[in-house]
Ligand binder design. Structure first.
Ligand SMILES: Nc1ncnc2c1ncn2[C@@H]1O[C@H](COP(=O)(O)OP(=O)(O)OP(=O)(O)O)[C@@H](O)[C@H]1O
Ligand SMILES: [Mg+2]
Ligand SMILES: [Zn+2]
Length: 283
């Protein structure tokens, strides 16, 4: 075969190039400090300084220069010890905290608030209504997204709650009568009834009984795999993150010190901090 025929042949190859799907969300150069800051904050914090507090000015460098992508149907886990910057990062992705620098793009445009939903550890923080029925809490989000037919709204709310494992006879009960794990399911139903482009899970299983945790992890795993959305989950619980996430970002003093495939990072951590985190479950 001549070289031009070879070229032709490779262009017409029956095998498509193995390329990862385009990311849903791309984060680049994301930084957020608390406090006024000075010209030395970055050099006086981080790995070498072993702190996130600038000794010159006292500002906290909560997240510095974070960069990662999250693909469709991908669950990215964010781990790190207390104070490492996980919630700050999540709040920036939720757009309720404005980063000092950096960009968050979603499919070619700056991420907008309507495309993001956060499931909080506490359902009150998530803006749910404790006195309202579970189904009304879900229906309320549908109304907010423009649905108008009462029957459609009720039908969708009921379907989603049932899919998340809430028995039908409880759908009309007030949210405050539900256990923590059940309230998490209502939050999830509310989030997923109109799937966002980016789903954020903040410590979704922390504080729940072990059996409730296991059930909820099952549900989370099922729904996040089926969604086209990108998901970011923050948790102290490395075992939970391992179950949910396909990739992991490790934060230490606000810096991403390691990121990669979840099993690889947790089984063969390269960075000394990740090694410590995995060995001691230091969170
Ligand atoms: N509103 C704020 N004002 C001042 N400092 C803040 C504020 N929010 C967070 N910080 C500081 O930023 C750093 C990162 O905090 P963040 O809450 O993001 O950590 P985290 O990894 O979520 O910790 P945890 O696991 O304990 O929830 C910490 O040093 C924290 O004290
Ligand atoms: Mg936190
Ligand atoms: Zn400083």
């Amino acid at each position: 075969m001549t070289s031009s025929a070879l070229e032709q042949d490779s262009r017409c190859s029956r095998w498509p190039a193995l390329q990862p799907p385009a990311p849903v969300v791309s984060v680049r150069g994301l930084s957020r400090r608390f406090g006024r800051g000075c010209a030395h904050c970055v050099e006086l914090t981080g790995e070498a300084a072993d702190t996130n507090v600038c000794r010159r000015c006292g500002a906290v460098v909560a997240v510095h220069d974070a960069a990662f992508d999250v693909g469709p149907r991908e669950v990215l886990g964010v781990v790190g010890e207390s104070g490492s910057g996980k919630t700050t990062l999540l709040r920036c992705l939720h757009l309720d905290l404005v980063p000092d620098t950096g960009t968050i793009w979603a499919e070619g445009a700056p991420l907008d608030r309507a495309s993001v939903v956060m499931v909080h550890q506490n359902s009150l923080a998530a803006g749910l209504y404790p006195e309202l029925a579970a189904e009304s809490n879900v229906a309320e989000r549908l109304l907010a997204t423009g649905a108008r037919s009462f029957d459609d709204i009720r039908g969708l709310a009921t379907e989603m709650l049932a899919e998340l494992g809430l028995r039908r006879e409880r759908h009309a009960d007030a949210l405050q009568t539900f256990s923590g794990g059940m309230q998490q399911r209502v939050q999830l139903a509310r989030a997923l009834v109109d799937p966002p482009r980016l789903l954020l899970l903040d410590e979704p299983t922390t504080g729940l009984d072990p059996t409730v945790q296991a059930d909820l992890l099952d549900v989370l795993q099922r729904v996040t795999q089926r969604l086209d959305s990108a998901t970011v989950v923050v948790s102290h619980d490395l075992a939970a993150v391992r179950i949910l996430a396909s990739r992991i970002v490790v934060l230490h003093h606000g810096r991403i010190v390691e990121q990669g495939v979840a099993d690889q990072v947790l089984e063969d951590p390269q960075h000394p901090y990740t090694q410590l985190l995995v060995e001691s479950r230091l969170t």
